[in-house]
Design a binder for this molecule. Sequence first.
Ligand code: MG
Length: 380
Amino acid sequence: MKSVTILGSTGSIGRQTLDIIANHPDLYKVDVLTTNSNITLLEEQCKKFKPNAVIIADNDALIRFKEGKKYKGDILSADALNTINYDANTDIVVSALVGIAGLLPTIQAIKSGKRILLANKEVLVVAGKYIMNLAKENKADIIPIDSEHSAIYQCLIGEKQKNINKIILTASGGPFFNLSSQELEQVRLSDALNHPTWYMGKKVTIDSATMMNKGFEVIEAKWLFDIDTSKIDIVIHPQSIIHSMVEFIDGSVKAQLSNPDMRFPISFALACGERNANNYEKIDFNKLKKLDFYSLPDNKFRCLDLAYNCVNKGGNACAILNAANEIAVKEFIKEKIQFTQIPIYIADALNNIAYIDSPTIDELLETDAKTRQYISNLIS
Ligand code: MG
């Protein structure tokens, strides 16, 4: 029986993780659940999964939850995310908080040497080098939940690092892969929110449309698999059935396939080393018939180029990239800026926020705050 803490249990990944846990009451139980402010759903989750403690980050929500008096375990405030002691009750920590807020809580979990199921992107995008060193020091396994990295992880089981020729990340291409540069200028918010294969939150959906999401995945893959970005290729695969591939020095390629359903990579990460049966819809090759591939158009997705530049530059560049992107996307969602202005604002931040070669975690967080302020001022 493994005990699971879910940082961000009311978000999409958190809910799907609990779905899987509910299907395997003999294998998993819940230790701690956390939410920002969705106490209605948290209350339902408490009733069903009986966690030992909950953490509620938003103070008003915390007070209302306490007043409700329906949950009998420990009710903790936001500070607990960064100070919680995992040693006693938790085997697995699912890191599914949204945004930079996930960084310090994930560091806390890594320091306790737990198995980390990583869904939060910022952890590796902003602080990849630090995080992977910390995980090594504390013997904490980091198992990715993102479908692409889960695929690569699965392809690399039993393989030697020196035999990897390259990693091939698949990308659905998003809704705009066929548009010309001129057409991209005219893109509206509703077009960008219309992702062809995956259902996701607004921010990630826009990041898929700009391909920044794929850029972040390149950065994450570099750190997770200790591989140079020159050995990470991207191929457009609109059906999102092959989640990524690894080519080895003998020319053999391994791929991992499943229907596009996040419960597959989450199940794999929870079981890690084992495989748990489930009833999620499996691939029917007779219906599927074909898989398509297209090469990535040159110079069309500026956000992707920026991501490659930043990860190769190192230091705090990816922290600037991430923060500037987040604010620019937020402003696009508010319809304050155009789709094609997103990379222009990011490039501006990269030119104007001070570069730090070997930043500490505090310096990365400072870079993050400064960049947000800078872009917000610039846009308003
Ligand atoms: Mg992905």
